[in-house]
Design a binder for this molecule. Sequence first.
Ligand SMILES: *[C@@H]1O[C@H](CO)[C@@H](O)[C@H](O)[C@H]1NC(C)=O
Ligand SMILES: *[C@@H]1O[C@H](CO)[C@@H](O)[C@H](O)[C@H]1NC(C)=O
Ligand SMILES: *[C@@H]1O[C@H](CO)[C@@H](O)[C@H](O)[C@H]1NC(C)=O
Ligand SMILES: *[C@@H]1O[C@H](CO)[C@@H](O)[C@H](O)[C@H]1NC(C)=O
Ligand SMILES: *[C@@H]1O[C@H](CO)[C@@H](O)[C@H](O)[C@H]1NC(C)=O
Ligand SMILES: *[C@@H]1O[C@H](CO)[C@@H](O)[C@H](O)[C@H]1NC(C)=O
Ligand SMILES: *[C@@H]1O[C@H](CO)[C@@H](O)[C@H](O)[C@H]1NC(C)=O
Length: 412
Amino acid sequence: MRLSYIAAVAATLGFATAAINQTGNACIVTPLSATSTSTNLDDSDQIKDAFRRCGKNGRIEFTPGDYYVGKVMDMLDLQNVDVDIYGTFIWSKDIQYWLRNSISVTYAGRSTAWRVGGSNIAFRGHGQALFFGNGQTWYDQNRNQGNQNGRPISFTLWKATNVLIDGITWRQPQFWHTFVAHSQNITMTNLDMNATSNSQWSTVNTDGTDTWNSRDIVIRNWTVTCGDDCISIKGNSTNVHVSNVTCHESGAMCIGSIGSNANQPDYVENIVFENIKAYHSSNAAWIKTYPGTGYVRNVTFRNIEFDDVNQPIYISPCIYTGQNCDSSRLRISDIKWENIKGTSRYNIGAGIHCSAAAPCQNLQFSGIDIKKKNGGSAVKYLCSNIQNQASSGLQCTGPCPGNFPQQLNGDR
Ligand SMILES: *[C@@H]1O[C@H](CO)[C@@H](O)[C@H](O)[C@H]1NC(C)=O
Ligand SMILES: *[C@@H]1O[C@H](CO)[C@@H](O)[C@H](O)[C@H]1NC(C)=O
Ligand SMILES: *[C@@H]1O[C@H](CO)[C@@H](O)[C@H](O)[C@H]1NC(C)=O
Ligand SMILES: *[C@@H]1O[C@H](CO)[C@@H](O)[C@H](O)[C@H]1NC(C)=O
Ligand SMILES: *[C@@H]1O[C@H](CO)[C@@H](O)[C@H](O)[C@H]1NC(C)=O
Ligand SMILES: *[C@@H]1O[C@H](CO)[C@@H](O)[C@H](O)[C@H]1NC(C)=O
Ligand SMILES: *[C@@H]1O[C@H](CO)[C@@H](O)[C@H](O)[C@H]1NC(C)=O
């Protein structure tokens, strides 16, 4: 057995000792902070080094302690690797660095701090791994202005197949917690996420996860507080099963937004959301598209329980702009809502406006039990352009305008 102990002196970082203890293809990593009290530590080089050494047919263990991440990490060729993380990863607050260097993920000008790809990869946090994004710095400098190009997604799976991500906690991510793109057979279980601003500025777009151009995804047992979409299924996602997810302060279970580029169709199909809880959230089970092309079909929202949700069920073909709602050709069909129970903040249970140019087909509702939060009175279900509406199972109480808002600010 080959045993080599590699210790490097990182002189520029205040004489901290980087330690990767490699035995064959197993790397055990100790954080710089274990041997240095410098306030200027950066573990990203030794983290990348560990993945270079042991990221193929190997195992990498991060022992407990604080790992500082001051640079982007891009590792796209991992193969047959088990990664066990017992420590805390802390991303730097150097906004100017990240704005310049975050790795593009092509989707809508977004980028990421850490990109992982390859095949047969397992990241296990054993309930001990913590990814701390120092997001408050981002929320404060962003001042509610929007997505901000270069503001990095915490963790991205990119061209990855056969992946397990398990038992990891995220706090204060810089932007979205996770993103799954161009990937297949991805299982993400037992994750705990929380982005909460402690200042006057909102977190802005700290989604739990977004899937895009990916298939065969399992998401199970997550708890998410995020101020934006909890689980969001974007264009060209197929076969996604989401279960046992609890979302706070979020958009809960969402398809979209998709169809933003009229020249590129977006297809979403075979999606199940079940055993979901949503608290104090904007929406619970909903679909948002631009007036684009492609389709959303075969989606089930089942056993969704919620409390104090602004507008539980919502469909818009013209999200964000409220323009050209009736010219969208992006067809929404074969969608089920089963056992959808809880309280709505105002007097609206559902606002559903489908495009006149491509009416929704085969929407099926059963076990819909939504009451207004204060007083428990009946709510309205507004519907437009649902084909065979009378047999949908939803007792529509009136039409829904094309530009009906996602966020209501009072009774209608
Ligand atoms: C390196 O790892 C091996 C295998 O786990 C262990 O036996 C050895 O004590 C470690 N050495 C150091 C210096 O940590
Ligand atoms: C999917 O990935 C898992 C590892 O997370 C693996 O055990 C399983 O065999 C893969 N399934 C297929 C069909 O390749
Ligand atoms: C669900 O995930 C949490 C971590 O967020 C974990 O503590 C709990 O044990 C998991 N539950 C099950 C049934 O695995
Ligand atoms: C998320 O963090 C905030 C701020 O620390 C805390 O108030 C809230 O309870 C947390 N959410 C959950 C579900 O624990
Ligand atoms: C998922 O939720 C269902 C219904 O609440 C429950 O019966 C089941 O034990 C949960 N499973 C996990 C893995 O948490
Ligand atoms: C979705 O997939 C279709 C067919 O492969 C492709 O033409 C289209 O560009 C993809 N859309 C996006 C937004 O990537
Ligand atoms: C609809 O999606 C479910 C869940 O992915 C799948 O089992 C079923 O076969 C799909 N139905 C059709 C008609 O494709």
